[in-house]
Design a protein around this ligand. Structure first.
Ligand SMILES: NC(=O)c1ccc[n+]([C@@H]2O[C@H](COP(=O)([O-])OP(=O)(O)OC[C@H]3O[C@@H](n4cnc5c(N)ncnc54)[C@H](OP(=O)(O)O)[C@@H]3O)[C@@H](O)[C@H]2O)c1
Length: 215
């Protein structure tokens, strides 16, 4: 079999495997992971969508050195969703990607809303600011999540946790008022003033920023 055909066959097998693992005949959303091979994978996902087996299709990345390709794909393809990294201390997608998503009507899933462990290291031992009451946040998790979902370009934040108590805390981020633009700027100033902690994840972010600056 020619290499091109083999790639196509493998891409189809991946999609079929997703249906088997999920045990469903229809899946709401399948995305090309980390920019994968959109030229090959998106046409296949589109076929499934036309057959009614996938409701929405999209593409993801959490790597700034892939943002340029993501932007090109958003401009040239019909996408329903993108998934990107966004947090109160990691806002580079605000420049081009989120405005383009709004312009093109593309829904946005926010990954890494806590920067994995990065934001937790930064707020360790820090008291939640009193002004957080003004948008009904009672914990740092709710502060971080409300910052994200109050951005009009964001469709949903996807925090992950292994603990039911943290899950309940994170659900609290969907309840009550959200910060307005002036309050969002205040939240950024608060987090920017916190000490930077050198965790594995912050080194990962610095690496991502330095890659982006070199481009
Ligand atoms: N390209 C992609 O498609 C891509 C790339 C990266 C990530 N993602 C997705 O993005 C989602 C989030 O990623 P992530 O888990 O790496 O990062 P994250 O959600 O930013 O951070 C998760 C960390 O936060 C902690 N945490 C969660 N809720 C908490 C709370 N209320 N209080 C204190 N700590 C809390 C968790 O610890 P505990 O377990 O102890 O709560 C865990 O260590 C996942 O669904 C992942 O699959 C997608």
């Amino acid at each position: 079999m020619a290499a091109g055909q083999l790639i196509l066959q493998r891409a189809r097998q991946q999609v079929e495997a997703s249906f088997q693992r999920a045990g469903r005949s229809v899946i709401d959303l399948i995305q090309v992971h980390n920019m994968g091979a959109p030229d090959v994978q998106l046409p296949i996902l589109r076929e499934y969508k036309e057959e009614g087996r996938i409701r929405y299709i999209g593409i993801t990345t959490t790597f700034p050195n892939q943002y340029e390709r993501l932007i090109e794909t958003m401009q040239n393809e019909e996408l329903d969703f993108i998934g990107i990294d966004y947090a109160v201390d990691n806002r580079s997608v605000e420049q081009d990607i989120l405005p383009l998503a709004m312009e093109r009507g593309i829904a946005v899933l926010c990954y890494l809303p806590f920067g994995r462990s990065r934001l937790w290291s930064r707020v360790r031992g820090q008291t939640l600011p009193e002004y957080a009451q003004e948008f009904d946040a009672t914990t740092w998790a709710q502060f971080f999540l409300k910052f994200i979902i109050s951005n009009p370009a964001i469709t949903a934040a996807t925090p992950s946790t292994s603990r039911p108590t943290n899950m309940a805390d994170n659900i609290g981020g969907m309840i009550g008022r959200l910060p307005d633009e002036a309050m969002r700027r205040r939240m950024i100033a608060t987090v920017d003033a916190l000490p930077l902690c050198l965790t594995i994840n912050s080194l990962y972010l610095f690496n991502k920023v330095s890659i982006a600056l070199r481009q």
